[in-house]
Design a protein around this ligand. Structure first.
Ligand code: IMP
Length: 179
């Protein structure tokens, strides 16, 4: 990847790694002695899920969903379309929904309601990042890595136009005007 001056590190990889360990330990405590199903929202949560899963000393299986939000990439429109559903039935299971970032909350509240309809035993939400100031629907994650200001971030799974997902740090990206 070509170096760019448009990126500024917001949360470095060491802080992320330490926080992910803490979140994993918290989840393990809450579900002690039980099995869990980690449901990742593609594609942004893939990196977080991979690290979080290895920080949880419980039997954990994985499943993934993909959704798309209509509208410009850097803004959520609130209209969510399901691109890929889960492979597994989640009825009666302990589900931890894993997402990269909670912004307006529209995407995650849509997915949460969809999953609650399927009657899991428990449904908890884990997010790496939370832009609390942007919330449009009341939604709180059960496990939050970091609260961040209202800036557009990339890296550690998060993209801008499919780029930067493989950065190890969470970085603020200076977007061109109007994006
Ligand atoms: P929400 O529906 O507004 O909560 O948006 C959630 C989705 O918007 C996330 O899963 C991301 O895909 C995307 N998103 C929101 N903020 C950012 C950001 O700062 N960087 C990259 N993607 C973001």
């Amino acid at each position: 990847m070509a170096p760019t001056t448009d990126l500024r590190v917001l949360i470095g990889r060491e802080r992320i790694a330490a926080r992910v360990q803490e979140l994993g330990a918290e989840i393990a405590r809450d579900f002690a002695g039980q099995e869990i199903l980690l449901v990742g929202i593609l594609k942004g949560a893939a990196v977080f899920l991979a690290d979080l899963a290895r920080a949880i000393p419980l039997h954990a299986s994985f499943d993934f969903m993909a959704v798309t939000s209509y509208g410009r990439k850097s803004q959520s429109s609130g209209v969510v379309r399901l691109l890929k559903d889960l492979n597994e039935d989640i009825a009666g299971k302990n589900v931890v929904l894993v997402e990269d970032i909670l912004d307006t909350g529209l995407t995650l509240s849509y997915i949460r309601d969809l999953l609650l309809d399927r009657q899991p035993a428990r449904l908890r939400i884990a997010v790496l990042l939370d832009k609390t100031s942007r919330r449009q629907v009341p939604l709180r994650a059960d496990y939050t890595g970091f609260e961040i200001p209202d800036e557009f971030v990339v890296g550690y799974g998060l993209d801008y136009a499919e780029k930067y997902r493989n950065l190890g740090d969470v970085c603020v990206l200076a977007l061109p005007p109007g994006k």
